[in-house]
Design a protein around this ligand. Structure first.
Ligand code: PGA
Length: 267
């Protein structure tokens, strides 16, 4: 990868691309370490793209050990906003920090859908993550019914404003936003580049209004929903798409590495 000269550097290149693997409820600790080692063999020294692996809680510690001394970062898939207490089955920001977790996926549509997470609850998690030096990967996105009803942008605006309430300007660029149309997740149905770019541009515009244009230009906005090596180059070439949150294609090293390479090529 060549480093662009100052003269040719566009605002897009200010934002380092991110490829984050959301393993969901897949991989035991042992399987996770094997996958991690395969990924590290190929792109372990890569620093031009931020690579984040988000295994289930039970694999965080072992995957974290496998990542020691490497540029690839460790993310969790969820977190409880409280510091500690009687919250059976939950995990706090501090607990994640002790495992060298740096990123945490918050507000994923599967959490919203199956575990009834509200914008208000997600907001509490975002604030707790930031207070604990964790980078939230904040997911927003509409369902098929919402898209068909023409309310995509209104839904995304509600989710984004809700989740970012109380986030200070100096904290904004720590947040990574992931636009994931629910109808494209795990379905093989990818949003068209035009559909994705429209929402990404809308999100950046909204961040400009809520904060400031200069800050909004620095926020990474990822696309998620059936991103695969075949469709990634076109998506990643869009001016407001700064990477991907990858589910299915993150469970196998070959496709995940190809996605990292696509992000490098688009950088
Ligand atoms: P998918 O999942 O790539 O399997 O569609 C993306 C996600 O849910 O984060």
């Amino acid at each position: 990868m060549s480093t662009p000269s100052t003269a040719t550097q566009s605002p897009i290149q200010i934002r380092k691309k991110v490829i984050a693997g959301n393993w969901k409820m897949n991989k035991t600790a042992g399987e996770g370490v094997s996958l991690t080692r395969e990924i590290l063999d190929e792109v372990g020294r890569e620093t031009q793209v931020d690579i984040v692996l988000c295994p289930p809680f039970t694999a965080l510690e072992s995957v974290g050990h496998a990542l020691e001394g490497q540029a690839v970062k460790l993310g969790a898939q969820n977190m409880h906003p409280e510091k500690n207490g009687a919250f059976t089955g939950e995990v706090s920001a501090e607990m994640l920090r002790t495992l060298y977790v740096t990123h945490v996926i918050l507000g994923h549509s599967e959490r919203r859908q199956y575990f009834a997470e509200t914008d208000e609850f997600i907001n509490r998690k975002v604030l707790a993550a930031l207070a604990n030096q964790l980078r939230p990967i904040l997911c927003v996105g509409e369902t098929l019914a919402e898209r068909e009803a023409g309310s995509t942008l209104a839904v995304v605006q509600r989710q984004l404003e809700g989740a970012l309430a109380g986030v200070k300007p100096e904290q904004l660029t720590t947040v990574i936003v992931a636009y994931e149309p629910v109808w494209a997740i795990g379905t093989g149905k990818v949003a068209t580049t035009a559909q994705a770019q429209e929402v990404h541009a809308f999100i950046r515009e909204l961040l400009s209004k809520l904060y400031a244009p200069a800050l909004a230009q620095k926020v990474r906005i990822l696309y998620g929903g059936s991103m695969k090596p075949a469709n990634a180059p076109e998506l990643l070439a869009q001016p407001d798409i700064d990477g991907g949150l990858i589910g299915g294609a993150a469970l196998e090293s070959r496709s995940f590495v190809e996605l990292v390479k696509a992000a490098l090529a688009a950088s």
